[in-house]
Design a binder for this molecule. Structure first.
Ligand code: ZN
Length: 152
């Protein structure tokens, strides 16, 4: 495993639409392992493949509900709303207020190509929506009603 460099806002790679993962191979496993390690080191809640410069539809989320990997995810249902603060490892030193659904139902594949579905609520749902947007070149700063410097 290796820590990968996290791309920062301003880099075009964050604004591109990612292609589906086609091969559930060792290269994918290595990517996900590296993303997990990179996320842990950055102490973040989620990391999407384009944030490490890979234009593929995959992201990882690490929240109190656990650590999850999503490959070729689709949000099949979204319900309710929550308004809260979020930040992004690619938008250093800022956070913003963003409205998200309170619940999302996601279908995706694991690293071995096995399909799964789950329902996520509250912060877990927020993290999934945030990472999912990255796969389409969308950043939270496009949706935030207010953006602040994080003061650290
Ligand atoms: Zn982000």
């Amino acid at each position: 495993m290796a820590i990968r460099n996290i791309v920062q806002v301003g880099d075009d790679v964050l604004r591109k639409k990612c292609a589906p993962v086609e091969s559930f191979d060792e290269k994918l496993a290595e990517l996900l392992d590296d993303m997990k390690e990179t996320l842990a080191q950055a102490n973040g809640a989620g990391l999407a493949a384009p944030q490490v410069g890979v234009l593929r539809r995959a992201f990882v989320v690490d929240v109190k509900d656990g650590y999850f990997e999503f490959v070729n995810p689709v949000i099949v249902k979204a319900k309710g709303r929550q308004v809260g603060e979020e930040g992004c490892l690619s938008v250093h030193g800022k956070y913003g207020t963003v409205e998200r659904p309170r619940m999302v139902e996601v279908k995706a594949f694991d690293r071995g190509g096995k399909p799964f579905a789950l329902k996520a609520y509250d912060f877990f749902a927020r993290a999934i929506c945030h990472e999912y947007d990255h796969l389409d070149g969308i950043l939270y700063i496009d949706k935030a009603t207010e953006i602040k410097a994080d003061g650290k």
